[in-house]
Design a protein around this ligand. Sequence first.
Ligand SMILES: NC(=O)c1ccc[n+]([C@@H]2O[C@H](COP(=O)([O-])OP(=O)(O)OC[C@H]3O[C@@H](n4cnc5c(N)ncnc54)[C@H](O)[C@@H]3O)[C@@H](O)[C@H]2O)c1
Length: 300
Amino acid sequence: MIESFQGKTAVLTGAGSGFGLECARIGAQRGMNLVLVDVQQDALDAAAAELQAAGAAVLARRVDVADAAQMAQLAADVQQRFGAPHLVFNNAGVGAGGLIWESSVQDWDWVMGVNLMGVVHGVRLFTPMMLAAAAQDPQWRGHIVNTASMAGLLNAPNMGIYNVSKHAVVSLSETLYQDLALVTDQIGASVLCPYFVPTGITRSERNRPDVATAAQPTRSQLIGQAMTDKAVSSGKVTAAEVAQRVFDAVGAGQFYIFSHPQALGNVQSRMENIVRMENPPDPFLARPDIGQRLREQLRG
Ligand SMILES: NC(=O)c1ccc[n+]([C@@H]2O[C@H](COP(=O)([O-])OP(=O)(O)OC[C@H]3O[C@@H](n4cnc5c(N)ncnc54)[C@H](O)[C@@H]3O)[C@@H](O)[C@H]2O)c1
C-alpha cells in the first residue's frame, strides 16, 4: 500500500499506449518519477515528451519485456537513475486468438514471452531491489501491479493462447502476494483483470518481432480477431478510468482490480462448476446468439 506517490518512482511497461500510458499520466499528476518502457519507439517517444512536459522526471527505455538481458539492463538503469522503484506496473501485453491447436510455436513464444515472461522478469528483477530498500528504511513502501485479464479467470473459447498466458499471470500474482506477505509488510501486490476496454490491444501484431515471417492467420484466428475487435471497440469503460482504479487499489492495498466487476458472475459460475465437479459452463449463456454465430462460422 502506497499512501503518498509524491517524489516516488514508478516503472511502467507498455507505457506507450492504453493502461500503461494512462497510469503514467496519473503518476505524473501525483508527482512521481516515471520509468517508461515500451517496445514501440514512436509511442514511447510521444509518451516521454508528453510526461516530461507535464513536469515528471522521465527515464524512457525501448525494451522488449520478453528479453531477459534487456530487462536486466533496464533494472540496472532504474537503480542508477532513481534507486528502487516504489511502484512497478508489469503491464505490457499482446492479444491473440484462434482455436488452441492452431497456435504455432512462434505464436506461443510471442504471446507467452510478452504476457508471462515480461511479468516474470519484472518481478524477478525489481522485487529484490524493493526488498533491499524496505530493509534499509522501515517507512519505505512499495507495490507491484501485474496486468492479467478477465481471461485469467475465465476460459472463453477461441482465445486459448491468451487465456493460458493470463491465467499464468493471475497465478504468479497471487503467489507473489502470498510470498511477499511471508517476508515483509512493506511491499504489496495487485493483479489487474480488465474486461474489454478500448486500447491498442486489438492491433498487437504491430509490435510482433517476427511479423514478416509469421504464418498467415488461420480462419479461426481471423474470426477471433474480428470478435475481439468488436468487443474491445464497443467497451464503455475507458483506459483512463481503469488507470484510476489501479492507483486507488495501490493506495488501498487491494489485490484484485477489475474494470467490470459486474462481469464476475461468469467467474462465479466457473468456480461453482469446479467445486460441484461439473463440466465447464456454456460461455455464451448470457449471449446465446454470439455462441451460435461462432459455431456456424467455425463449422461453415
Ligand atoms: N484492452 C483490453 O480490453 C484488455 C483487457 C484485458 C487485459 N488487457 C491487458 O492490458 C495490458 C495493456 O494492454 P492495453 O490494452 O493497454 O493495449 P495497448 O496495445 O494499448 O498497450 C500495450 C502496450 O504494450 C506495448 N508492448 C507490446 N509488446 C511489448 C513488448 N514485447 N515489450 C514492451 N512493450 C510491449 C505496446 O507497444 C503498447 O504500447 C496487456 O497486458 C493486455 O493484455 C487489456
